[in-house]
Design a protein around this ligand. Sequence first.
Ligand code: HEM
Length: 453
Amino acid sequence: MCLLKDFPQDGLINHGFWILMTTILAYVIILVVYRPLTGYYESYYEICLEGQYFKRVAAMHEQYGEFSYHAGKLKPITGPIVRVTPTEVHFNDPEVIETVYPTTGRKTDKPQWVADRTGTPYSIVSTVEHDVHRRRRNGLNSFFSVASIRRLEPIIQERIAKMMWRLEVEAAAGADVQLHRVFKACASDVITTYGLGDSLDFLSMPDYGQAWFASTDFFFYLTHVFAVFPWFVQLVQFAPSWLVEGSVPSLRYLRMRQEWWMEKVREIRASPDQTKINRTIFAGILGSSLPDEEKTDIRLASESQLVIFAGEGTVGKGLSPRIRHKPHRTSHVVSSRKPPYLNAVIQEAVRLHPGVMSRQVRVSPEEPITYYSKRTSEVYDVPPGTVVSMSPLITHMNPNYFEDPYTFDPERWVRNPSLSRWFMGFARGSRNCVGYAHPSTSVDDFKEKQPVR
Ligand code: HEM
C-alpha cells in the first residue's frame, strides 16, 4: 500500500496544484460557457421548434419525478419543482399557486428579460418593479371595471351584429370561413374601439385583416429571437419604417398598426373634448397622479399595444374551442345573462386552450418563497430574487386536480366550484389579467345578440 509519507513532497504539492487548477478551470468553463449555453436550450425549443418549450418543461417534471407503490401498482409522481433555465425554477403543483402569485402581502416583480423581449417595454405587463406596476395598473383599473365596460356596450353590440351579418353572407355564398380569424377580427375591433375610440375595422375587410394578424403573430414568434438578441427588439421598435419593412417585410402591417396607435394617442391627448378622452383607455392614466414621464406618448402607445394584443388573440382563440366543443346545456348558455354555467364554459375553454401558453414568470424580490410539497413531503426554500414560474396548461392538465383532464367538461366547475383555486388561465395574484371581466362580457353578448341587416 502506498502511504502519504511515501510520496515525494514536491510531487504531492504539484499534484494538488494541478487538481486545484483543473477544478477552477472546470468551474470557470461551467460558469462562462456551459451555464449560458444551457440558456440557449430553451431558445432551441422556442425558435427552431416554434414555441415548444412548454412540452419540454412538462417532460422535465416527468423525468425528475418518482414512483410510488399504491394498491399493488407503481404510480408515477411528477417532480413538483425543476430548474428550467439557468436562473428559473418551475412548479408543477396547483397547491403552490397562491404562494407563487400572491395578491397582497408580498412584492411581486418580473425579471428584466421579460421587459426586454416582449416588445412593449413601457407597458404594465413588462414592468419589472412591483411598486411601479401597482401605480401603473391603478391608472388602468377603472377602465376595466364592469361599470365602465357597460358604458361601451353599444359598441360591443354593433361589432357583434356586424360579425353575425358577415357570417350569414358567407354562409349564403357557401364560403369556407376560419372562425378563429373572424373572432379575432371582432375582438380586435371591439377592444380597439373600447380603448382608443376608433378601430381599423377588420370585420369589414374581405380577409378579416389576416395580413395584419399574420404580422402580429410573426412579431410574437420574434419575441423568442429577442430573448437571444435583445438589440433586435430595439431595431424592430424604433428603426424607421423603411428600414423595418425593407429588412423584415413580414412586420410591415405591425409597423402600420403601431403608427396608427401613435397617431390616435396624439389625437386623443390633443382633443379639446374631455368626453372623448374619458371614453379611452388613457382617461385613467392622464387623470392619475402618475408623474409626467409616465404619461408620454410612447408609454401610452405601449399600453395600447399591450391591451389590444392581450385582448384580441386570447379572446379570438378562446371563442373557437367553445364552438368546437358543444356544451351539453346549450340552451342555458344562450339564454341566461349571468349564469354560473356560462362562466364554467369560459373557464373550461380557457383551461384546455389557455390564450397565454407561456410560463407565467415572477420574482419575489425581498422574501424567500417557502414551498412544502405534499406529494414528496419535502420543503423547498427558494431564495429571494429567483425567477419562479408555472404554466397554465401543465397545471390544468394535472389529473389529481382535474379529473379526466383532456375532456371538455364545463360541468366540473358547477359540480365543484372550488376547482377555481387551481385555475390560472387569467393568471393569478397582483399581476393577473386586467381584462378578466371583459371576455365574459363579450362572450355573453355574442351569444345573445341577433344579427341585424
Ligand atoms: C380569454 C381571454 C384572455 C385570457 C386567457 C387572458 C390571459 C391573461 C394572462 C394569463 C395574463 C398574465 C400574463 C403574465 O404572466 O404576465 C394576462 C394579462 C393581461 N391581460 Fe389578459 N387575457 C384575456 C383577455 C384579455 C382582454 C380582453 C384584455 C383587455 C382588453 C386583457 C388585458 C390584459 C392586460 C392589460 C394584462 C397585463 C396585466 C398586468 O400585467 O398587470 N386580457 N391576461
